[in-house]
Structure formats: structure tokens, C-alpha cells
Design a protein around this ligand. Structure first.
Ligand code: KIV
Ligand code: ZN
Length: 513
């Protein structure tokens, strides 16, 4: 039985919070702002921008996203602790509409082994913390962590207290990804039927994907009456991740006959969001991933291709255009001017400020000098490149490499470090190792390299290589990116991009203390 009267599904994106909790998926402040602006433009109803008490960086990110929000509600996460709630309230203060999202564990296993609290104590915590949040802000979401492993009776009492204390959204997380669609749908239905005041609030799903059921469980949740789905771009998130936004949205859109709900999402922005999140986190998208994988709209077998040529409905349940995938078009060459470039960017959905535009245009020109055919994907890589900033301490001035069957490979590199030019020649086990050794010789540092990744932007031997490098030092990590037709140049730049970010973070921390 569905006891929710409206048909609007609120899309709550938690890429910047739960998604960022994926090991290694850290984003810089600028990257978080970039992702949030895209989500806001795309029609995401609520953006969970971070966990303000977790660090000063998280607090700054939530405040910066809040300040810039045009349409979306901006949420900050808080444990059921007074300081957390105050900090979250402070962080979302400048949003057009802010939300405090507070959570506490409810399952016996969490209560006994993690919290060492009785059920009565947890109910009192909920009463106190939700009341505190509601005194700070009108929009309060309460979550019962590990709800799907919580006895129904107790979960009903928790929801009851949360609603009485002022919660406006009740979120039911399948924290460990343990539930199944039928079970999860029944849980939502039972809660909505039994909890006093449930008709006054929005019930929400937050499903993890440990059994690959996150999207199915979320859809079962809305069929049972939930009206908010918590999800992330590319399904990023703790362990196996969260329900993927793109899958939830396209399932509802494509199967409107069975799922007759409305959403605010402009689905043609999905591919861009996927690419941006993949680029800033350096988490590649699986080739056969539903909706946004490279092969999601590729038809390989002869019989499928034949059908597609006759009528695309034969093997296509949604159009590539509906997620923003267009036939890759030849863009322009080295004679293309500023105006054409601006138009192309707008067509691809990029609206850049003056400085960012100038920077992207120069990089496009230098790419067009090297590469005969510049495609949409090339332009996107140019814009999403790890932008070198004038405040970078280390800049690449020159690189030459000797590689081949006879090792050791050798790199000669000239860097400008704090305004001074310096050169080094190093060898290595392969040219990339030689380049990184050379950088280390010029600028000694202890950062470890947990990730080095190369992907071709387009087909062809003159394709740009998009390189991601993650560096980690004393618990802080930074991901650098660069794209170039020369894989080794892109590798050097991506490494320097990551190193400059690490140095900037360290400097910021030092200035705070
Ligand atoms: O998975 C979970 O339980 C969470 C809560 C903080 C909502 O992410
Ligand atoms: Zn979660």
C-alpha cells in the first residue's frame, strides 16, 4: 500500500559525502565545487556536500557549496553529537535552503559492540539531537544507521521520536547492503503504516550495493511510498558503493509505465556528471557499467547492428542522447577561433569564467597544433584537466626521455621550482619511473604513489592520454590529472599537479596552526 500522496521523487546526491568516503576518492575544494555546480544545474534536489565536523576541509567545502547553491538544498552530515550538529548547522547556513542530516545507529549489533548503549538511551539521544538540529534549521533529516538490521518494533519507536522531535525527512539506510527488494519495500511500507506522524514527513532510501541490489532496493522503496532516494554518481561510496544516480534516474524515466514518478533531473547531463566524477576521483567507470559505461550503447554483434540500422528500438530501450551521449563529432582544428570554441563548450554544457575560458582555449590551441582531429572528448579532457595554477610551486618547463628495449630508461627534466629553473637527469625502470625519479631528485619528498592510471581519451594512435596520479603523505592524499597526446608529458604533468596540490594542502594546514 502506498500512503504517500505526491509523485515527486527527490534525488538526494551524496557523491561528495558517502562517495568521497570511498578509499582514495578524495576531492579538492575546487573539485567539490565543480561537481556540486554540475549537480545543482542538473536538478538534483538535495546535495549532501560533506561531513562538516570531520575536518576543516570538509567544513569549508560544505560552506562553499552552500554559498554557491542556486536550486538544490545543501545538506551537511552530523553524528548524534551536539558539536557535530552545531558545526553542520554553521556550514549550511549560507545555503538558499540548508539541511542538517543527523544519524545514529539503531541495530542491536551496533548498539552492543560499537555504541555500548541501551535502546532507551538511543531514543533519548534521538530526542535531544533532532530537537537541537530543529532549533537551528527547519529542514532536518534523521537516519537510523543499519536500519535494515534493526527490529521493526524498535525502528518504529526511533522514527516516532525523530518525527516528534522535528525531523522532516526519515532516512532508512541499508548501511551494509544486506537487504533485498521485497524485504526493503516491506520495511518502508510497515514504517509508513505504523509510525505516528509518518504522513507529515518524507521517507527516504539509502541503499548500499554490497549484494549489487542498491538500485533495486531503492526502487522497491519508492514503490512502497518513499519519496527520496539517496544515491551517488557512478555508484561511488563506501565499499561496493551506493545506489547509482544514473541508474535510478534512467530506470524511472525508461519504465515510466511501471514507475510513474516525476523527478527534477535533466538526464542529458548524466554523462558529463559521470565523466567529471570519474576524472576528479580517478575512479574509472567499468566499461559495461549500466547507463554510463563506454559500452552501454555500443552494439557489437552483427544481428544487433542490423536491427539498429533498421530501427533503433529493436535493441535500444533508451536513446544515447537522453543521457547526453552524442555522436562523437569532429570539432575544429587549429584555425578555430575563440567564438567557435566558446560555442562548442556551451554545446558540451560548459560555461566557464573568463580566466578558466582563456586557460582552456590556450590548451585547446596547443592540442590542435599537435593533433589533426580534435573531438568532443578531447575538448572535455582539455577543460577537465588538472588545471595548473599560477600559485603552483613546481612547473614543468622541459622534458625529454630516452626509452626503448635497452634500459635503463632515462629522463631529463627541467622544472621551475619557486621561480628558479633547475634540471636533472635520472634513470628508472621504464620511462615513467625515470620521470618520477627525476622529479623526486629535483624536489625531494616522501609521498607514496598509490595510483598511476592511463586512459586513452579517443580512439587512434594520436589520441590524448589522460593520466591520473594519486600521491599520499602522512594521511593526506591528492589526485593530479593531465591529458596530452604524449603519455609521458601527461604523466609528468599529472604527477606535478598532484604534488602541487599536496604542497598547497600542507601550506594551508600550517597557516591554520
Ligand atoms: O550508510 C549509512 O548508514 C550512512 C548514514 C550516515 C546515512 O551513510
Ligand atoms: Zn551510506
Amino acid at each position: 500500500m502506498e500512503n504517500s500522496s505526491d509523485n515527486h521523487i527527490r534525488i538526494f546526491d551524496t557523491t561528495l559525502r558517502d562517495g568521497e568516503q570511498s578509499p582514495g576518492a578524495t576531492m579538492t575544494l575546487e573539485e567539490k565545487i565543480q561537481v556540486a555546480e554540475l549537480l545543482d544545474d542538473m536538478g538534483v534536489d538535495i546535495i549532501e556536500a560533506g561531513f562538516p565536523i570531520a575536518s576543516n576541509g570538509d567544513f569549508d567545502a560544505v560552506s562553499a557549496v552552500a554559498e554557491r547553491s542556486n536550486n538544490s538544498i545543501i545538506a551537511g552530515l552530523a553524528r548524534a553529537i551536539s558539536d557535530d550538529i552545531a558545526r553542520a548547522g554553521e556550514a549550511v547556513k549560507k545555503a538558499r535552503q540548508g539541511r542538517i542530516h543527523t544519524f545514529v545507529s539503531t541495530s542491536p549489533i551496533h548498539l552492543e559492540h560499537q555504541m555500548h548503549k541501551s535502546e532507551e538511551e538511543v531514543l533519548e539521544i534521538i530526542r535531544k539531537t533532532v530537537t537541537q538540529a530543529r532549533n537551528l534549521i527547519d529542514d532536518v533529516e534523521w537516519s537510523g544507521m543499519d536500519a535494515t538490521r534493526t527490529p521493526l518494533e524498535f525502528l518504529c519507536r526511533c522514527c516516532d521520536v525523530a518525527i516528534k522531535s522535528g525531523a522532516t525527512t526519515i532516512n532508512i539506510p541499508d548501511t551494509v547492503g544486506y537487504s533485498t527488494p521485497k524485504e526493503f519495500g516491506n520495511l518502508i511500507k510497515n514504517l509508513m503504516n505504523r509510525v505516528t506522524g509518518s504522513e507529515k514527513v518524507i521517507f527516504s532510501t539509502h541503499c548500499h550495493n554490497d549484494l549489487g541490489l542498491a538500485v533495486a532496493n531503492s526502487l522497491a522503496g519508492i514503490e512502497a511510498g518513499a519519496r527520496q532516494i539517496e544515491c551517488t554518481i557512478n555508484g561511488l561510496g563506501e565499499r561496493a558503493g551506493n545506489a547509482a544516480l544514473e541508474e535510478v534516474v534512467m530506470a524511472i524515466k525508461t519504465r515510466a509505465d511501471l514507475l510513474p514518478y516525476n523527478m527534477n533531473i535533466d538526464s542529458t547531463m548524466i554523462l558529463r556528471a559521470s565523466k567529471l566524477v570519474s576524472a576528479v576521483t580517478a575512479f574509472p567507470v567499468q566499461y559495461n557499467k549500466a547507463i554510463v559505461g563506454k559500452n552501454a550503447f555500443a552494439h557489437e554483434s552483427g544481428i544487433h547492428q542490423d536491427g539498429m540500422l533498421k530501427n533503433s528500438n529493436t535493441y535500444e530501450i533508451m536513446s544515447p542522447e537522453s543521457i547526453g551521449l552524442k555522436e562523437s563529432t569532429l570539432v575544429m582544428g587549429k584555425h578555430s577561433g575563440r567564438h567557435a570554441f566558446k560555442e562548442k563548450l556551451a554545446e558540451l554544457g560548459y560555461i566557464l569564467g573568463d580566466n578558466a575560458f582563456q586557460d582552456a582555449f590556450e590548451r585547446f590551441k596547443s592540442l590542435a597544433d599537435k593533433k589533426k582531429s580534435v573531438y568532443d572528448e578531447d575538448i572535455m579532457a582539455v577543460v577537465d584537466d588538472g588545471i595548473a595554477s599560477s600559485s603552483d610551486r613546481l612547473k614543468l618547463k622541459n622534458l625529454s626521455v630516452v626509452a626503448g628495449t635497452e634500459g635503463p630508461q632515462k629522463a631529463e627534466i627541467t622544472l621551475e621550482i619557486d621561480g628558479v629553473l633547475t634540471t636533472n637527469i635520472s634513470t628508472g625502470d621504464g620511462p615513467v619511473d625515470a620521470i618520477f625519479n627525476s622529479i623526486k631528485a629535483l624536489f625531494p619528498h616522501k609521498a607514496l604513489l598509490p595510483l598511476y592510471q592511463v586512459q586513452a581519451v579517443t580512439a587512434g594512435t594520436d589520441a590524448q592520454a589522460e593520466v591520473s596520479v594519486r600521491l599520499e603523505e602522512e594521511g593526506t592524499s591528492a589526485t593530479g590529472r593531465s591529458a596530452d597526446t604524449d603519455t609521458l608529458v601527461a604523466s609528468a604533468r599529472a604527477y606535478l599537479n598532484a604534488l602541487n596540490k599536496l604542497l598547497a594542502k600542507a601550506e594551508k594546514e600550517k597557516n591554520k596552526n
